[in-house]
Write a protein that binds this ligand. Structure first.
Ligand code: OSB
Ligand code: MG
Length: 369
């Protein structure tokens, strides 16, 4: 089949509550929604680049530029028999994994719809429900944090991840542990260095499931040193930008768990490759999140249905992030703390055209007549 037309939409979604991490506070989530048309079908993808170069160097503006001027021209009207073939012209384009992942996602959805199977099946998924965890941002005080944790547990989330930053770390997590002994982990978003070893020795006493990305997004060596000095597994997020990075991290002992985000690693094909490599080495993985709308969430849920995703994912219900999602039905939390994997063709959820139009700031069509 061929991709006959591509549409890009810059959207902005208002978060229900601000999300604060070690690199800042977000009140609105911009994103690029990619539609790929062919054979009378439409596939959807979401590019998770943010408003500024904090989590990654990519932003919605760099992604729009790279998609418009380099990625889309390379796939329009090209014949393909499997989505990965369309990645070939992208090999020459360095970096920009989120831009690549957004377009690739739309092509995966389009292709699965043409095959009349679910994206989950197409990727090799085996589960019909995926375990749901919640990621709680930095709060104004410990009381607010304990309340947020309480609410999450009442709703049924299977594990709690807390963001930490210098000044909001060991003491806070100790206080949390005094109230909550269940599945807990922390995510530093690269805010520390080896000089903070005593802090990590302290966290090592708190029976955490893992510590996510304590050091620089470019580092693998210092992470390996830290992992040698603590029992708690390290999990890498920002430092794993490709299947090659994953291989190197495991070889060096930089982590024992990997957080897989398709946007960060250049798309679903690479995400699956990392999963396969980890599964062969019996390294557990889970699917991370980027505060996606229902479109990106549907892709992530399909990915998380693969057998190696054995730890709870950062895949919460739609209503944890947004008052109204742009898909129907929204993702809801099952009573067992899971999200159901949609069974329909492709991503298996419908895009609400009126809602999508309502949140669109800018739109452009490629390959149209
Ligand atoms: O580090 O995992 C992260 C959100 C935006 C950017 C980076 C991260 C996150 C989250 C939220 O932790 C996870 C979610 O989407 O629920
Ligand atoms: Mg993270």
């Amino acid at each position: 089949m061929r991709v006959e037309r591509v549409e890009l939409r810059l959207i902005e979604m208002e978060l229900k509550e601000p999300f604060e991490t070690s690199f800042g506070r977000e009140e609105k989530r911009p994103a690029i929604i990619v539609s790929a048309m062919g054979d009378g079908l439409v596939g959807y993808g979401e590019c998770v680049a943010g408003s500024g170069p904090w989590y990654s160097y990519e932003t919605v503006k760099t992604a729009w530029h790279v998609l418009s001027d380099f990625l889309i021209p390379g796939v329009l009207h090209q014949k393909f028999s499997y989505p990965e073939e369309l990645r070939l012209p992208w090999e020459r384009i360095r970096g920009h994994p989120m831009a690549k992942a957004g377009l690739e996602a739309a092509i995966w959805d389009l292709f699965a719809k043409a095959q009349e199977i679910s994206l989950a099946k197409l990727l090799g998924g085996v589960k019909d429900r995926v375990a749901s965890g919640i990621s709680i941002g930095i709060q104004s005080n410990i009381r607010a944090l304990l309340e947020a944790i309480e609410r999450s547990l009442e709703r049924g989330y299977r594990r709690v991840k807390l963001k930490i930053k210098p000044g909001w770390d060991l003491q806070i997590i100790k206080s949390v542990r005094a109230h909550f002994q269940g599945p807990l982990m922390v995510d530093a978003n690269a805010a520390y260095s080896l000089e903070d070893l005593p802090l990590f020795k302290g966290l090592d006493e708190l029976n955490l499931m893992m510590i996510e990305q304590p050091f620089s997004y470019e580092d693998l060596v210092d992470h390996a040193e830290l992992q040698r000095q603590i029992r708690t597994p390290l999990c890498l997020d920002e430092s794993i930008r490709s299947p090659e990075d994953a291989r190197r991290a495991l070889q060096l002992g930089s982590c024992r768990i990997i957080n897989i985000k398709p946007g960060r690693v250049g798309g679903l094909a690479h995400a699956k490759r990392i999963h396969d490599g980890c599964q062969a080495k019996r390294v557990p993985v889970w699917c991370g999140g980027m505060l996606e709308t229902g479109i990106g969430r549907a892709h992530n849920v399909a990915l998380a249905s693969l057998p190696g995703f054995t730890l709870p994912n950062d895949l919460s219900a739609s209503d944890r992030y947004y008052r109204q999602d742009i898909i129907e039905p929204p993702f809801v939390l099952n009573s067992d703390g899971t999200l159901s994997v949609p069974q329909g063709p492709g991503i298996g959820v419908e895009v609400n055209a009126r809602r999508l139009e309502h949140v669109t700031l800018e739109k452009r069509v490629y390959g149209a007549h």
